[in-house]
Structure formats: C-alpha cells, structure tokens
Design a protein around this ligand. Sequence first.
Ligand code: MN
Length: 734
Amino acid sequence: MIRIEDVIEKVEANRPNADIDLIRRAYLFSALHHRGQKRASGEPYLVHPLEVADILADLRLDEVSVSTGLLHDVVEDTLVDLDTIRSYFGDEITLLVDGLTKIAHISNLSKERQQAENVRKMVLAMITDVRVVLIKLADRLHNMRTMQFLKPEKRARISQETLDIYAPIAHRLGMGKMRSELEDLAFQNLYPEEYKRLAKEVDARRPELEGILEKIKVTIEAKLAENDVPFVEVQGRVKRLYSLWKKLKKQKLMIEQVYDLIAARVITKNDRKNCYLALSVIHDLWTPVPERFKDWIAIPRDNLYQSLHTSVIGDGGQAFEVQIRTEEMHRIAEEGVAAHWRYKESKLGAKDDENLDELRKTVEKLLLPLVEDNADNGDSEDFIESLKLDLFPKDVYAFTPRGKVIQLPRGASPIDFAYAIHSEVGDTCTGAKINGRIVPLKHELQNGDVVEIMTTANSKPSRDWLNYVVTSKAKNRIRHWISEQQRADSIEIGRKLLEKEADRFRVAPKKLINNDAEMRRIANEYGLGRPEDLLASIGYGKTLPRNVLSKFLGAEKFAELDPEKRKETRIESGVKAVKKFIGLGEDAIIVKGVDNLLTTRARCCNPLRGEDIIGYISLGKGIVVHNKRCKNVAQLMVNKERIVEVDWAKSDKNEVQSVGILVTTENRTGMLAGITNAIADIKTGIRDARAIISRDDKGQIEVTVEVFDKKHLDRVLSAIANVPGVIAVERVNA
Ligand code: MN
C-alpha cells in the first residue's frame, strides 16, 4: 500500500520550498475521518485519497493541491463540514474542497445520462479554480483504475461519464496522457467484450508490428546520430485500443485496413531547431506523404500542444506517422496545462499566485467556450457533443488512392473531394469508395479516409448535390451547371410552347420560329438579345406565347385569328373529332422524369406516373405538373393561356414514389396487420402506417406506400379493398 512518505518525497523533490507540514496535517485529518471506511475492494478508504494525492504529486502540483487531494472526499463522505475544514486549513483549501464536493453532488444527481445544465455547472465549478479540474481528474483516474470491484451497471455509468465529460476536458487541457488512460479504461469497462476481442486481435499482430517499429526506431536513431542531431530518444507505439476501436467502428474497417496502426516519435534535446533537423533526416530516409506535414511548433495548438507531424511511406510500403518534438514539448503534450504552468514558473521565477492566475486564464479560455456556446440552447446531447469536438474541428484530411492529400472543410462529402481533384471529375462523378467500401455520395468524410471517386463519361451533376457539398468550388460548379441546364431546358420547352401556340393561330413555323430575323425583332421588343433568349423566357414562364403571337401578327390580324374568339372551321372541328375518336389528343409536352429541372410535381396532388396530368406554366418554376383531378386545377384554369398539355415520358428506370392511402375499416382488431400484410404480399414497400378510431366508431388507417406508377397503385388499392373488414379505400391528395 502507498504511504504518505512516498507522496511527500515527490513533492519535496519537485518543490524545495513546499509547506510539507500542510500535507502531513491533511493526511492525519483525512485518516482520522475516513477511519473504519472501506472501499469496494475491501481496502481501507484512505488508500483512495492517498493515491489521488500521489497522482497530483506526479503532476508536480503545489502542496495545496496535494493536500486537497487528501481531503477531497472528507465533506462528501464523512460528517465533517466546510466550516471545520476552514478552521483547520483556511479559505484556499476550503474553496477547492467545496468545488469538488459540488461536482460530486452534480454527478450523483443524474444517474442516467448527464444533463446539459449539470455538466455546465460542473464546468463552471471547475473554472473557479483550475486546481479543482486537476484534482477532479486525478480523483476520476484513480476511480477508473480500481473499478473492477464495482457492479457492472455502476462501472458502465461512470465510464460513460468519463468518456462524455472528463476525457474531453483532459483533451481540451492538453493532458494527453491523462486522456488516453481515462479513455482506454472507460472503453474496457463500458464494452468489455469488444475490448477483449480487439485486444486479442492487436496482440496477435503485436510481435509483427513491434518488429517493424523496432526496425524503424533503430534506423532513425542511427541516422540521427550520423547527422549529429541532438536527441533524447525515439519511441515507437501501436495505436491505442480506444482510438483504434473508434476508427474501426466509425469507418467500418478491418484492422488490416488501418494505415496508421503504428507511429514513431522522436524526442529531441530542448531546442526547436533540433526538431527541424530531425525532420529533414526523416524525410531523407523515407518518402513523405505530401501535404500531411503539420507544423504545430511554429503555430501551437490552442491546448498548448507543440510538435511536428509527418507521414511517410515506410520500407515495406507501410505508411506511418512520425511526431517530432523537444523534451519540454513532450512533457506539455503529456501533461498539458499542468506542465505549462510549471514551465512558466521556472522561467519567470514568478510567485505561485501569478502563475495560478495565468493558468486560470488559460483554462478559462479553453473551457468557458463550452459553457457560453451553449448558453442559449439546453440540448444536452449538443452540449456533450461540443465537449467531444476536436480542438481543430475545421478541417478533414482525406487521401486519393495514390496518397495525395486533399484538405477539405469538415462536413465535406465525396462530391467536394471529386471537385477538389478536378472540375471534370466532379461533374462526371457517379459514386465513391471510402477505404475500399462503396458509400453514398452524401457520406461525410473523416480524417484519414482514402477516397476513390468513380466517374462515368457524360454523366451530369445533380441538383441534390447542393445539399451535400460544403466547398464553394463544388457549389459554384454545380450551380453553374444547373443554370446552364435550366437554360437549355427552358429553350426547348419555350420552343414547344411557341410552336403549339403558333399552330393554334395557324402560323407556320418557317414564318415565325424558324424565321431568325422576325424572332430577333420580337426578342428586341422584350429587351432580349437573341431568339434563344426569347424562347428561354417563354420556357421560364416569363413571356406568354400568346403575347409573342400578338406582337408577330399585329393587333388586327391577332384578333382575327384568335382561336379563343373565332369559330373553328369545319375542317378543324372535323380533324379534332377524328383525333378524339381514334384517341389522339393534342401533342403533349413530355414530362421527362418527375422532378426535372423545369418540370416539378405539384405538392398539392402529388401526381403519380400513369395518372392523367396537366401542366401549368408558373413564373420561374417552369411547368408544374398537377393531377387532372386536383382541386386546384379549376382555379388555375383562370389563366388558361398558362395551361399546357403534358404527358409522361417512358420511364427508363423504376423510380418509386410515396403515395398516401386512406382506408376506412370496421372497428375490429387486426385490421392494420391485415392491410399491411396485403400490401407486403404484392411486394410493395410501406413507408408509414398509422391507425385511429374515428368518431363514428370506424377504423381510419393511413398507409404510405412506395409505388412505381398508377397501375401499381391500382393493384395496391384493390389488394386492400379485398381485406375483410375494409369499407373504403382512397388515394390521399389526388
Ligand atoms: Mn474521490
């Protein structure tokens, strides 16, 4: 068992002027009040505060922190109150113990998951004095190390809290070592089976990996020595289990596919110049992966971390990362704010008070944004998410299959990636593989993804893509394409509309549409330059074909030929009658798909392929397609000149469409099941189904089904109608 003398020795070694007597008094006080208490392990309770004090001594904190570590559970777990602490140990320690007691209370309040308000209070309590954070982290670390004696539920709860709150805080404060240990312990206790499985897998590969690492280490050391680079040591490591697990899970990889499974670290003597010397040695040894190099020495991270990062392709084609930093930078990377504080102290020779003040400012800078950013919304998930965010959330780095790095903003998709490679690649992109697996184009890229873009010649961008891209390059290219495409479509539609209207006025195409001079004259009257501009304007619905005819014919001729006013000739009405008899309607505009660039499906009636439809030329939206039976059509008829015949084009792919069906049934059990079974029997997808009892004691069941066309829908409707107990079936929204 650990002894207080071990702790005191450490403090004395690190801080020659420390008030050791304070620590002894705190120890005696703690021992006295925890007397007789036992931990779950059966050990005396005192072991816990002693171990916490030891962790704090290892962090080389002051005697006040170490003493508070000894006293941290006294108010929470014994009869001692804060006033007693104050009378024995003064205001400073009382304040710290109070902060720690508060955190313990908040943590106990929410046994389920941490509520945002509670977490916020915890963070605020921690900020009142930075030492509270450090002591709390030491307390949590020791509890995590000794969890095997607790019940599984309690282990899971504490582990979850550690992953949600304490590990991210350690990360924010740059305490890499603390964070790693907390995460790995939490992983082990929260997902014991997966931990075991992964540990076994890694252990199986360990001899091989360590062999590779050893070779790398020896090679680097020899080369550093040969080039007189002053270094302390070269370390090799296998990726930690928790971060490996997260990566495997997030990217659905096999362990063989993780390319940064191993990494090397060069620790140089204390001069940053040595880091750059070491870097040139590494780049001389192996080919660096371009753009993977990061200089966190010239520009340190917010959490004080400094290092050079580079990735190289090793001898066997195995890529690995190398981190290069000085001894002092290494200590800061492992211990974060605690180390930084000491460093300043030794350098400036300032008093502890000033250093505490500076440390507080640093910690506030790192932790307060967590609280402030979320002051307005009480969403605990969001808040916890913001705790988990990386310190540099803005960018992701993804690779081409050849190892070129593409830097993109966070949230970027394979489409952004494709456009970042080349506009042409973006325009013709049809699919993507990430780390060898096919993913949807809207998939969000993660750091380290290897992205392979699949292209198809003549393939075109889609308007939907705008929802998945974040880079301005991709956005601009897609918008540009849409507007070009829209223009081409609107010219085509405008031509058809004008042809139809001219036909009604008995004007031959060669006189108007194919007469460039005449078209140009009319276009100029509208302030437009070329005939295509006029056609585009008609297609967009900005210019009515009827008005174009009026300008072409002149008022008098127009009135004379107006099909609205003049009587049909006998021949005309005869032709119409014959056409009708043999089933030929007017030449309809063909609606290509459902939601095309210039044809959109009306929301009010949601027309289904195969149903009778009618088009309405709406300003700027092109042709809006309604179901002929839609109740809004009558109203649209007021603008008769905007109504246009449309028809479905032959479909080349089986697009499904969601259609709502309302079924009225007798009020008996099993109706919903009967209906959904009937739908499933004819192999039709159901998106949603809900049932209520209406006031007249009938069942009302609303089902949303996925159908290809009207025929398909009719089959569904009759299948439902045949279910015993069904009174009526109707399509919703037609
Ligand atoms: Mn404790």
